[in-house]
Ligand binder design. Structure first.
Ligand code: ZN
Ligand code: ZN
Length: 248
């Protein structure tokens, strides 16, 4: 009966796809099928540490990407990262619509997309908190909102994980990524985050969330900050990741 009612309602009030604005005829959450086809989802095998797509090539010593090998990443790593899609095409369009257009329906649809793909990478039951990468108050004032929070809020609801917006804060204002080299950026980021509410982090399993992975420097710094405050486990999820090589 409910399915019939849903079908009737969607015929009477068809919902447009938040990205292409075309009417979605069959009731479904998120983007239309045509837009989803333009999402380049990252498939296994991926680097076991940073989630970089390996295109079938795995190293004899284990599934590590050239970037993690060149950085002498310790094994097992302190934390792991997984990204859902390449930062190109429709995923890029959708993220930019949230970042610069503050489009909440697009953020909701991205959270549906993230939820549908997340369990491929992480068994979700273990996480206590979802922590979006915080912006410095200065940047927050200039931009008026944190796009990461806009994306993380519906995701936390869909995953049933507690969203934590103030256990950790950004205490150093850093230059936008494009303005500095990788080395300068890592130096700038040292001490960029501070845990304000230690009991919310101590002994907790934390899933950090960011929209786009570029060099991983921000996530590295935040993960170290959380682990030094006593987090029992840290993993990071990003919606997208830049498709270029990851050797710095
Ligand atoms: Zn569409
Ligand atoms: Zn890697």
């Amino acid at each position: 009966m409910n399915a019939l009612l849903d079908e009737l309602l969607s015929t009477l009030f068809p919902r447009p796809c938040p990205l292409c604005r075309k009417v979605i005829l069959h009731e479904q959450e998120g983007f239309c099928a045509a837009c989803l086809e333009g999402f380049q989802v990252i498939q296994e095998p991926v680097c076991s540490v940073c989630g970089y797509p390996l295109e079938g090539k795995t190293e004899p010593e284990g599934p590590l990407c050239p970037g993690c090998i060149s950085k002498n990443t310790p094994l097992p790593p302190l934390y792991t990262v997984r990204s859902i899609a390449l930062y190109t095409g429709n995923v890029r369009r959708a993220i930019l619509a949230v970042k610069y257009g503050r489009q909440a329906p697009v953020a909701h649809s991205l959270s549906v997309f993230a939820r549908d793909h997340l369990t491929r990478f992480f068994p979700l039951s273990g996480f206590d908190r979802l922590v979006p990468v915080p912006l410095h108050p200065k940047r927050l004032r200039a931009r008026e909102f944190n796009q990461c929070v806009l994306l993380a809020r519906p995701l936390a609801v869909r995953l049933g994980i507690q969203l934590d917006l103030d256990a950790v804060e950004r205490v150093r204002h850093t230059l936008p990524q494009s303005a500095s080299t990788e080395k300068e950026r890592r130096k700038n980021l040292k001490g960029a985050f501070r845990v304000r509410k230690v009991p919310r982090i101590e002994g907790q399993s934390i899933l950090v969330f960011d929209d786009v992975y570029t060099t991983g420097a921000t996530l590295d710094e935040l993960a170290h900050c959380l682990l030094s405050a006593g987090a029992s486990r840290v993993a990071a999820l990003t919606l997208a990741r830049s498709p270029g090589p990851n050797i710095s």
